[in-house]
Design a binder for this molecule. Structure first.
Ligand SMILES: Cc1cc2nc3c(=O)[nH]c(=O)nc-3n(C[C@H](O)[C@H](O)[C@H](O)COP(=O)(O)O)c2cc1C
Length: 319
């Protein structure tokens, strides 16, 4: 789409050496399998797009209805509908080089072998800037999500790290560790120790809606993942915890995702410790949000007298 808008140099940043025009990315599952968004949105303000999670086999996803709006965001149980690895390799991978923004591939699976097969296929594609590992998927062996179990996460990440020598690895964690003895900082530490080049915080929050007239769950899948404004303050805290207790010292960049619909939301994430920020549900609400967020951050930097947005990372003033 026309009317290119180039963010000012003060918004330029980098994720472990990947140069970004601005810290704003589109989140996985909300922006297509490659650059479909370019039909409806000017991509030039963006730092990049994280594409839909790819699984080894094609998936149709869960039965409909699988998306519903709530007062404070979106509830979805898409169920990882995607074309699968073979179609990704033949139809999508060859086109990545021609896209004018950074493309980050997303991988999902339910065994270590699934993740390794997909990640190593992505590693072979030079134009792909990074791989984001969606670890909020159940491990078929333990039944637990990989991302909820430090031992399983460690085995997964060691295997994936060794199989992607050329590509940066971002690990996307779940916001929920309730019911486990672990905190998000424990899981983030495993990721950093296993060589993650970035942490994406976070995926959706498990949630449910009920139609009181029919008394049935609104989603055919019964439960789903909550995204949008409702989860923003929850995610700000998690970013703050992981930054202050871990990544401030390890220098691992945090890529925040959760309920960004206006520039202030992204600015909060940056002050809490994020280097970059993803927009997910916001893309369904209003396609002008990413551009407005970038413009707002630019003005905010100027008002804060920051020559670079990177000077504001983690700069929340605690008493
Ligand atoms: C419709 C929909 C589909 C999603 N699909 C994926 C996916 O395939 N892989 C993934 O890692 N996250 C997926 N997500 C989660 C988002 O990438 C993001 O982490 C989450 O929605 C929080 O950000 P938001 O509040 O800005 O949407 C999906 C979210 C939505 C709303």
């Amino acid at each position: 789409m026309g009317m290119g808008y180039t963010p000012s140099p003060r918004l330029q940043t980098s994720l472990s050496g990947i140069a970004l025009q601005s810290p704003i990315l589109l989140a996985s599952g909300t922006a297509g399998t490659l650059d479909e968004m370019s039909d409806v949105m000017d991509l030039s303000p963006l730092g990049g797009i994280v594409t839909k999670s790819i699984t080894r086999q094609p998936r149709e996803g869960n039965p409909f209805p699988r998306i519903t709006w709530t007062r404070a965001g979106m509830l979805n149980a898409i169920g990882l509908a995607n074309p699968g690895l073979d179609a990704w390799k033949s139809d999508i991978a060859p086109q990545i080089a021609s896209v004018k923004t950074n493309i980050i591939g997303s991988v999902a699976g339910d065994s270590i072998d699934d993740y390794v097969q997909i990640a190593s296929a992505m590693d072979a594609v030079e134009a792909l800037q990074a791989i984001e590992l969606n670890v909020s998927c159940p491990n078929v062996h333990s039944g637990l999500e990989f991302g909820a179990d430090p031992a399983a996460l460690k085995d997964l990440l060691n295997a994936v790290r060794a199989s992607i020598p050329n590509t940066k690895l971002f690990v996307k964690l779940s916001p929920i560790t309730v019911g486990t003895p672990h905190t998000i900082v424990d899981l983030a530490r495993v990721a950093v120790d296993c060589g993650a080049d970035g942490l994406t915080l976070c995926n959706t929050v498990p949630a449910m809606g009920i139609d009181v007239h029919t008394r049935k769950p609104i989603l055919a899948n019964t439960t789903g993942g909550m995204s949008g404004p409702a989860i923003h303050p929850i995610t700000v805290r998690l970013v703050h915890l992981v930054y202050s207790q871990l990544t401030k010292d390890t220098n691992t960049p945090i890529i925040a995702a959760g309920g960004v619909t206006q520039w202030e939301d992204a600015a909060e994430f940056i002050l809490a410790g994020a280097t970059a920020v993803q927009i997910g549900a916001g893309n369904f609400a209003d396609l002008s949000i990413p551009r407005k967020v970038v413009k707002g951050l630019d003005k905010w930097c100027a008002k804060q007298s920051a020559a670079s947005i990177t000077d504001l990372i983690g700069q929340v003033q605690l008493s």
